[in-house]
Design a binder for this molecule. Structure first.
Ligand code: ADP
Ligand code: MG
Length: 391
């Protein structure tokens, strides 16, 4: 395998497993630095595949597709947390891969993830593993109620989880999740939701983006604000330190996002990790001197990591497919982007998805301003013009 750093020389190709919007923004960042890019995705019209230099259309575990991607690339990363770790393992014999399959394995399984939190000395929600009917009756399981039952694998955007009020509700909740291997978590009194994005190089050097404060609606990220308006500096520092610790203890290489809960009593609890850039880091494209995708390119290519700087306070609004549908209407329309772009400091990102569907992430809007109060005021105006709720 080629020695690091992989310099952009007009031929060097960086690849990404997965063709969604995160892959698209990775490709765009790599291209800006002068790399060629390649995407593997089953869909020939994927958001990333359509902007990359080359795309391999195939299943993530298809060996011919993996061989074709490896043959084209000097290094490969992933953009989608459910790209199977075995696919990364198969690639790793042929080409540089970051993050490594072993780290992705941990982040893809809530049980392994929680054990990693515990091993790393990072507090997480009290939980128990549910694998059998007998587990539902265990006193330590029932003691966690009211709680949230989450499938160990393949959950995202609030999918694959059910809230459980009492022990009597447990069997139906588990049945609703097809009796998959699950964790039951105690339902915590969330004061705020936060996230931290770190980037760690193969030499162990680690940098981070500022703490993000996130608002979810129906389990899907809706709003991110940076700097996090309601978080004491010591808490922000602790979250950053814990995220770095989690990355270091996996010997992680790449961009890692750690989601946290801030509880009413001020304590910080790690929720989950994503072994890739994260929706809550999209503001960094417009508000930081290096975005989370620039950091992903640097970690993959072995380029130097320099601490990113927040250049302006930012508010990001996620743009879901719901915006394409007027109340009661089933025919999509184009939202009035002109009305939003008439506001100062707005940065519109659309992902090139052909079909709008309710709940589908179609794009995001970042508002930057000279001060946080203005960014928030303009973002509220933008939300109103789009028909999004206030926050
Ligand atoms: P996903 O993979 O879908 O993002 P999460 O585990 O992050 O799954 O849960 C989605 C959202 O559900 C969280 O952002 C939070 O709002 C809420 N949530 C999850 N776990 C808990 C918990 N233990 N207590 C309270 N709220 C929770
Ligand atoms: Mg989450």
């Amino acid at each position: 395998m080629t020695a690091l750093p992989l310099l952009p020389d007009g031929r060097t190709t960086l690849g990404v497993m997965g063709g969604g919007q995160l892959g698209r923004m990775f490709v765009q960042a790599a291209q800006r630095l002068g790399y060629r890019t390649a995407v593997l995705d089953p869909d020939a019209a994927s958001p990333a595949g359509t902007v990359a230099h080359t795309q391999v259309v195939g299943a993530y575990l298809d060996d011919d597709a993996l061989a074709a991607l490896a043959a084209d690339c000097a290094a490969v990363t992933t953009e989608f947390e459910n790209v199977p770790a075995p696919a990364l393992r198969a690639l790793a014999g042929r080409v540089r891969v970051a993050p490594a399959a072993a780290a992705v394995d941990i982040c893809q399984d809530r049980v392994a993830e929680k054990r990693h939190f515990q091993r790393s000395g990072v507090p997480c929600a009290p939980y128990a593993v549910v694998e059998t009917v007998a587990d539902l009756a265990r006193p330590e399981v029932q003691a966690l109620l009211p709680g949230i039952l989450k499938t160990a694998r393949l959950g995202y955007d609030g999918k694959g989880q059910v809230t459980v009020a009492t022990a009597a509700d447990l069997p139906a909740a588990w049945a609703a999740l097809q009796q998959a291997r699950c964790v039951l978590e105690q339902r915590l009194p969330l004061h705020r939701e936060l996230s931290v994005i770190v980037a760690r190089g193969s030499d162990g050097q680690t940098v981070q983006l500022p703490l993000q404060q996130n608002l979810h609606r129906d389990g899907i990220l809706a709003v991110t604000e940076v700097p996090a308006p309601d978080v004491p500096a010591a808490t922000a520092q602790a979250a950053g330190q814990q995220a770095r610790q989690l990355a270091a203890s996996m010997d992680y290489v790449g961009v890692l996002c750690v989601e946290f809960f801030l509880l009413a009593d001020g304590s910080l609890v790690a929720n989950e990790m994503a072994p890739r850039p994260h929706n809550s880091g999209h503001y960094s494209l417009d508000a930081c001197d290096q975005s989370q995708f620039d950091l992903q390119v640097r970690t993959l290519a072995g380029l130097p990591l320099v601490a990113p700087r927040l250049q302006a306070p930012a508010v990001m609004l996620n743009l879901l497919g719901d915006l394409w549908f007027a109340a009661g209407d089933t025919t999509p329309r184009t939202p009035d982007w002109a009305a939003v772009l008439a506001l100062p400091g707005t940065h519109l990102h659309l992902y090139g998805k052909a079909e709008a569907r309710r709940g589908r992430k179609m794009g995001h809007l970042t508002v930057t301003a000279a001060d946080a109060a203005t960014a928030r005021a303009v973002a509220l105006q933008a939300a109103e013009r789009l028909g999004l709720p206030a926050f």
